[in-house]
Design a protein around this ligand. Sequence first.
Ligand SMILES: [Zn+2]
Length: 90
Amino acid sequence: MSPAQTNVWVPVCCDRVMRFNMFVPQGGAAYGALVCTVCSKNVTFELESLLDLDAYGEGARVLNMLGSPKPPKVDRPKAAAEDRLNDQTL
Ligand SMILES: [Zn+2]
């Protein structure tokens, strides 16, 4: 496994990891919802079948993002975040 594969993007709002739930409505298209447990900001994720990123503009890339329905209810430590910024595997 290369070092890049050991990293994952974590969605953060209000210093907390955001919660991610997936929904599969009967007869409808599956979707995901990313929610901040502090301020209730939410982002909807829709499925896309695609490998042609050109339509999404320059710099578009597929991210390896963590989606947890029960993320830890603790603030993200700032010092650790700075350590990760120095990570050379991006
Ligand atoms: Zn928030």
